[in-house]
Design a protein around this ligand. Structure first.
Ligand code: EPZ
Length: 446
C-alpha cells in the first residue's frame, strides 16, 4: 500500500537560518471572526496549512468568499449572510471550526454548528463556550451532535472563561467575538492571555470593536451596532518557532530562527537555557547554539505565559536524550502523552503516571518507523529522528500538514537529511552503523 512518509537519516547537525510562518492558532479564530465584517477584509502572513484550507471551506459553506491575491494576501468578503449551518464533516475534521459559533450568533443571530469531534490529545469539551454564550442571552440546545443557537440581540454581561485546566483559548475567542455586537458592556474574566487571542482582539479593533484588556485575564468589550472591514497581518507562529528551536537543541548546531516575536517564547527560552544551550535573543530573531547532550530539566505545560502544551511532545523528544532524569507535566491536557509510545519505539525510556511523564535520558535513540497521532506528536517524532542513529520513517503526515508549512523543507535547508516521499510496500527503517558519538561533537559556545 502506498503511503506518504518522511524519511530522516539522523546524525546531521543543523546550521543556517529559517523563517517562521504565520500563526495557525491566530489565523483560525481571525478567519472565523471575518464573519462579523460588513466590508471586505484582507489578511496577510496567513500560513498555507491544511487547517486554514478547511476553515475556508467552512466559511464558503457560510456564504463567505475568499480569494488569494497575487501578493499572497487573502481577500475575504461576505456574499450571502443568510446561511448559519457549519456541517459535521468539516467541523469534526478540525475543532477550531467551532470558532464560527460566536461570530455567527453575533452577526446573523443564528448558528447550527457541529459539536467538534474528540481527538488524540484528550477530551475537548465546549461547556465553557456554551455557558458564556448563554450568559450573553443566546438560546442554546444540542441535538443530534449539533449545537443550535439563536439570539435576537445579545446583551453584555460578566462571563468567566476559566476551566479546570485553565482558560479556554477558543472559548475566549468565541465569546470575545459575540461580545463585539452585544448590547452594552461585557466583561470576560479568566480570559485566555495567549498572543493569538491578543491578535484576534487587535483584528476586531480594526473592524471597529471597542475592546480593552487584551493580553490580560480580564477583557472588557463595549458592543457596537455594526463592524466594518480591515487589513490585518497575523502574528508569527510561536509554536513553530519553539519547534524549530527544539529541533536545533536536539540535533545540535547553530541555527538563526527569524521572523518571530521572542517575548512570545520567553518561558521556553528560560527552560532551553537550563538545558545548557546558548541563546542570543535579538528583536525579531533568536540564535541557538547546541552541542553535547542537553541537561535534564523539569517541564510543566501551562496556559500562557507558561510553556505551551503544544510544545510538550517536542520537549519529550529532546529530554529523551538528556543527561539524567527529566519530568514533564501537562496541566492543560493531562492525557496528552500518546507520543510517548512512539518515542519508546525509538528506544526512549519514558514512564507515564497521571498527568506526568518521567524520562530517563539516553545518549542515543535508534531509527524506527513511527506514526504521528496528532500534529505536535508528529513534530516530536521528526525531531527525534534528527538525532536518532539510523533511519526514521514518520507516517501520519496528514497530522503534520495541519500545523506546519513544509517542516521537512525547512529542516533540510538547515542541513537535516529529511525527504518526503511515497513508500510502496512494507516500510523497513534500516539502522545503519553510524556511531552515535558522531552525533554530538563538541562545539564553540557563545
Ligand atoms: C487551543 O485549543 C489550541 N488550538 C490548541 O492547539 C492548544 O493546545 C489549546 O488551545 C491549549 O493552549 C487553537 O487555538 C486552534 P482550550 P482549544 O479550550 O481552545 C478544557 C494545536 O496543536 N476545556 O484552551 O480547543 C480542555 O479540555 C492545538 O495547535 C474545558 O474544560 O483548547 C483543556 O483541558 C491543539 N471546557 C483546556 O480546557 C471547555 O469548554 C484547554 O482547552 C473548553 C476547554
Amino acid at each position: 500500500m502506498a503511503m506518504e512518509c518522511l524519511r530522516i537519516i539522523g546524525g546531521k547537525r543543523l546550521a543556517g537560518s529559517v523563517r517562521v510562518s504565520g500563526s495557525k492558532n491566530a489565523s483560525l479564530p481571525i478567519l472565523a471572526a471575518s464573519i462579523l465584517a460588513e466590508s471586505p477584509v484582507a489578511l496577510s502572513a496567513l500560513p498555507r496549512l491544511a487547517d486554514v484550507a478547511t476553515l475556508l471551506r467552512v466559511l464558503h459553506q457560510l456564504g463567505i468568499a475568499s480569494t488569494y491575491q497575487p501578493c499572497g494576501d487573502l481577500l475575504i468578503e461576505t456574499v450571502d449572510a443568510s446561511r448559519s449551518r457549519a456541517g459535521h464533516r468539516l467541523v469534526s475534521r478540525m475543532r477550531a471550526s467551532f470558532c464560527v459559533l460566536g461570530p455567527l450568533l453575533a452577526r446573523r443571530g443564528k448558528a447550527v454548528v457541529s459539536l467538534p469531534g474528540g481527538c488524540n490529545i484528550g477530551p475537548r469539551p465546549v461547556d465553557l463556550h456554551l455557558r458564556a454564550l448563554a450568559a450573553l442571552g443566546a438560546e442554546i440546545s444540542i441535538s443530534h451532535g449539533y449545537v443550535i443557537a439563536s439570539a435576537r440581540r445579545l446583551r453584555g454581561t460578566h462571563v468567566c472563561m476559566a476551566g479546570p485546566h485553565g482558560p479556554s483559548v477558543t472559548g475566549t475567542a468565541n465569546v470575545l467575538c459575540a461580545a463585539t455586537r452585544a448590547h452594552g458592556i461585557t466583561t470576560i474574566s479568566g480570559a485566555a492571555q495567549e498572543p493569538e487571542i491578543e491578535d484576534l482582539g487587535r483584528f476586531l479593533q480594526r473592524l471597529g470593536a471597542q475592546i480593552d484588556g487584551l493580553g490580560s485575564d480580564t477583557i472588557t468589550v463595549r458592543g457596537q451596532a455594526g463592524l466594518g472591514g480591515a487589513v490585518h497581518r497575523v502574528i508569527p507562529d510561536r509554536i513553530e518557532a519553539g519547534t524549530l528551536l527544539l529541533a536545533a537543541a536536539i540535533a545540535g548546531g547553530t541555527v538563526h530562527v527569524e521572523g518571530l516575536i521572542p517575548a512570545h517564547v520567553s518561558r521556553l527560552l528560560e527552560a532551553l537555557d537550563a538545558t545548557g544551550v546558548s541563546l542570543d535573543v535579538g528583536t525579531g530573531h533568536i540564535t541557538i547554539v547546541a552541542c553535547g547532550r542537553p541537561r535534564a530539566v523539569q517541564i510543566t505545560a501551562l496556559p500562557y505565559p507558561g510553556i505551551p502544551s503544544d510544545l510538550q511532545a517536542q520537549w519529550m523528544a529532546l529530554l529523551s536524550l538528556a543527561d539524567g532524569q527529566s519530568i514533564i507535566r501537562d496541566e492543560v491536557f493531562p492525557g496528552r502523552f500518546l507520543h510517548a509510545a512512539e518515542l519508546s519505539r525509538m528506544g526512549a525510556r519514558i514512564e507515564l503516571l497521571g498527568s506526568s511523564a518521567t524520562i530517563e535520558g539516553l545518549p542515543r535513540l535508534s531509527g524506527a518507523h513511527v506514526t504521528a497521532t496528532d500534529l505536535r506528536a508528529g513534530a516530536a517524532l521528526v525531531l527525534a529522528g534528527l538525532a536518532a542513529r539510523g533511519t526514521t520513517v514518520v507516517s501520519g503526515l496528514e497530522h503534520l500538514d495541519r500545523g506546519y508549512v513544509n517542516l521537512h523543507e525547512k529542516l533540510s535547508r538547515l542541513g537535516a537529511n529529511v525527504e518526503r516521499r511515497i513508500f510502496r510496500g512494507p516500510i523497513i527503517a534500516d539502522v545503519n552503523d553510524r556511531p552515535a558519538a558522531a552525533l554530538r561533537r563538541p562545539c564553540k559556545r557563545f
